[in-house]
Design a protein around this ligand. Structure first.
Ligand SMILES: NCc1[nH]cc(CCC(=O)O)c1CC(=O)O
Length: 308
């Protein structure tokens, strides 16, 4: 039986996700042997720069994709939200496993609730999406960049002048930190999560049908349907990560319910719409059309210009 080589970034989060997937595959009855091959990406090397300034999402996946083309690895596990909205020719998302919690977590020094923070309090985040939505709710707060992995950001909250930070519940849980740290869970009504947040993408070569069959054993159609709606929306907005964009979908019976958001980094303009329908792609398209009609494209173009 074929031994399967899995590529992973070496961060704790990436390794945990990779091991989790292998574990799920074994639980699903896959008997193949697995080996994890660690790969250092550009994104891991330049952790001190704002992500959106150094080229965004592609940073974490390029080297891994090269290893896949070179057949050094058979598949890789990515955070869905770090996946570009279209993949290079010859590679595909061959399986989408169960989604973790999709929400953002608000973690404050001394557990002070968001509504109780004093004017001028400092929120640490390097996500324009999180910053914009926090400022929309609390324009009197200050957003300060914070970088580094989940553990580093928790440490910086304690050691530096941040009053609170926002990070993904899923990331926190995956690296083994306690949910007790969380002061508030931010539901999509307050903070629409990143497209794909909490979900994973298994990426492999299109022509490797044998492998696809294996990883499909842990495919979750609910997650796939909802993430497809979110990613269709993202793709049509072409925002990359220079623009605050969020999207979260769930199923209400057969119906997909997508909350889509585009805003300005200062939070002064927030376009937000909830769209329902039976077809993921249609729902994603419709959300994009509605927001574009409300001026989303102008926001995307304006924010991009300002970055250059
Ligand atoms: N941008 C970094 C990143 N990429 C994936 C996750 C974990 C969240 C997930 O599983 O989607 C995180 C950390 C965070 O956003 O706090």
């Amino acid at each position: 039986m074929r031994k399967i080589i899995v590529g992973s970034r070496k961060s704790n989060l990436a390794m945990t996700q990779t091991k989790w997937v292998i574990d799920q595959l074994k639980k699903a009855g896959v008997e193949n042997e697995f080996e994890i091959k660690k790969i250092v990406t550009k994104g891991d090397q330049i952790l001190d720069v704002t992500l959106s300034k150094v080229g965004g999402k592609g940073l974490f996946v390029k080297e891994i994709e090269k290893a896949m083309f070179d057949k050094e690895i058979d598949f890789a596990v990515h955070s869905m939200k770090d996946m570009p909205s279209s993949l290079p020719e010859g590679l595909e998302i061959s399986s989408i496993p169960d989604r973790e919690d999709h929400r953002d977590a608000y973690i404050a020094k001394n557990n002070i609730k968001l509504a109780d923070l004093k004017e001028g309090s400092i929120i640490g985040t390097s996500s324009l999406r999180r910053g914009a939505q926090i400022l929309a709710a609390r324009p009197d707060l200050e957003i300060k960049w914070i970088r580094g992995n989940v553990e580093t950001r928790i440490r910086k909250l304690n050691e530096e002048d941040y009053d609170a930070i926002i990070l993904a519940v899923s990331g926190l849980k995956r690296v083994g930190l306690s949910e007790n740290l969380i002061t508030e869970y931010l539901d999509p009504e307050i903070c629409v999560p990143a497209v794909g947040q909490g979900s994973l993408a298994i990426e492999s070569r299109e022509d490797d049908t044998e492998l696809k069959e294996i990883v499909q054993r842990i495919h979750n159609e609910y997650t796939a349907k909802t993430v497809l709606a979110e990613r269709t929306f993202l793709h049509l907005l072409e925002g990359g990560c220079q623009v605050p964009i969020g999207g979260y979908a769930y199923l209400d019976g057969e119906e997909i319910v997508l909350t889509a958001l585009v805003g300005t980094p200062d939070g002064k303009t927030i376009l937000k719409e909830v769209v329902r329908g039976n077809d993921s792609v249609q729902v994603g398209k419709q959300a994009a059309e509605i927001l574009i009609n409300q001026g989303a494209k102008d926001i995307v173009d304006r924010v991009k210009e300002e970055m250059e």
